[in-house]
Write a protein that binds this ligand. Structure first.
Ligand SMILES: [Zn+2]
Length: 416
């Protein structure tokens, strides 16, 4: 395996224009005493919507690193891939997020389930795990039920892993297993059983993305019980530390938080808990860089502002189609969306106030923010017209991209 650093931040860059501005935020982390390495992630779905290839992510990352003289590692993530979509990412990526969420609940062979339960007698009973106050109680029935639910998915992760390893070489990439894009969260005892199964598959997993309790909507804050999240996150870290020793998993195995970006209210609890366990983390911030592009366009005024308003008008008109692929991770109240006519009359500060994620600003609109978050297809359709404007408004855009990533994400999560 290619070992990844303790702290990493997943950054999305839909149009491959902000890698430098994003990397600058990581450099600021370094100047403040903490190494946070970037992982540029772009899923197959995003590539299809934008009409890009994984090589463009690699090229942008390499160029940014060369230009800024970044001395640490960096990665290009084949984000949420499966056996059907991974091949496109084989040359460009060195981080693979094996997404097996769709296979959760599909039955493994009864023989495999029996063998797993027989092999892991140590898992049933009352387990005292360092770092968790209440012992985990895993009955044989529970263990069998969880094996039935997850074993097939883990076997599939093994297949994808071996597929990539066979083509790239096992020591040339980082492996993540993701199960976050599903309806029901995985509890800490489930995570322990899943990790035992992953060890059986001999996947050198370095990051795991479970689904956590609460809602992780795109581009807006956490919605859920923060105290409950903190308890669960802490128990997950305890379970990982236990599984690493027990099943000889990579020592740097860490949680990957597919945050959907901007989960500000849980950054503090996560930071506290990570320090308690001296644990690493991969914080994935998703596609909000694209929103900073719109903010930067609006700030630039003139044609930049006009283009930002045009994107809103088109996204508003196409909102149903744009929202459909993201239905489970957005909550937009259409009645609260301003009409395109209203937005056409906005000044630059009105536009940026509505969009920038500052909940203390009375003009902030989570509805506008979420709609534009999924509206990147509108910009993709504009092609060079959009990309040319990005170049023309570079100063205001890159300033916003760097400040957003550093001040709103890296600082509260890794430095404060
Ligand atoms: Zn995810």
């Amino acid at each position: 395996m290619l070992p990844i650093e303790k702290f990493s931040v997943g950054v999305g860059d839909r149009f491959a224009h902000q890698a430098r501005a994003q990397l600058r935020a990581c450099m600021l982390a370094g100047e403040n005493g903490v190494t946070v390495v970037p992982v540029w992630n772009k899923s197959n779905r995003e590539h299809n919507i934008v009409g890009s290839e994984p090589e463009s992510v690699r090229a942008a990352a390499d160029a940014a690193v060369a230009e800024l003289g970044w001395k640490h590692s960096y990665y290009v993530d084949a984000d949420h891939i499966n056996l059907g979509t991974v091949d496109r990412f084989l040359s460009a990526s060195d981080f693979y997020t094996l997404d097996v969420a769709d296979s959760i609940g599909k039955p493994a062979s009864p023989g495999d389930v029996d063998a797993f339960v027989a092999r892991h007698r140590e898992l049933s009973g009352t387990l005292q795990i360092a770092g968790i106050e209440q012992p985990l109680v895993i009955t044989p029935d529970f263990m069998r039920a969880i094996a039935c639910k997850y074993l097939f998915a883990v076997q599939e992760a093994g297949q994808i892993y071996r597929h990539v390893a066979g083509r790239k070489g096992a020591d040339r990439f980082v492996t993540e297993v993701s199960m976050d894009e599903t309806d029901v969260p995985q509890t800490p005892p489930e995570l322990l059983i899943i990790l035992a199964a992953i060890a059986d598959e001999q996947i050198p997993i370095q990051t795991i993305a479970p689904k956590f309790t609460g809602r992780f909507n795109k581009g807006v804050d956490y919605a859920g019980d923060v105290a409950k999240f903190e308890t669960e996150f802490s128990a997950d870290l305890a379970v990982i530390a236990c599984a690493v020793t027990r099943y000889d998993l990579p020592r740097n195995l860490k949680l990957s938080v597919h945050s959907g970006s901007d989960k500000f209210s849980i950054y503090g609890p996560m930071r506290r808990t990570l320090r308690k366990f001296d644990a690493g983390v991969h914080l994935k911030t998703a596609g909000t860089t694209w929103l900073e592009e719109l903010i930067g366009l609006a700030e630039a005024g003139g044609e930049g502002l006009d283009l930002a308003k045009y994107v809103y008008a088109k996204a508003y008109a196409d909102r149903e189609a744009l929202c459909a692929p993201y239905a489970s991770v957005i909550d937009i109240d259409a009645a609260r969306l301003p009409s395109p006519e209203t937005v056409r009359g906005w000044t630059a500060p009105q536009y940026t106030s509505a969009l920038r994620h500052d909940r203390t600003n009375p003009g902030f609109s989570p509805d506008v923010r979420q709609l534009l978050h999924v509206g990147y297809k509108v910009a993709a359709k504009l092609g060079d017209q959009y990309l040319d404007m990005l170049d023309r408004c570079e100063e205001s855009i890159s300033r916003n991209v760097t400040e957003n990533l550093f001040e709103r994400h890296i600082r509260p999560m890794f430095l404060d």
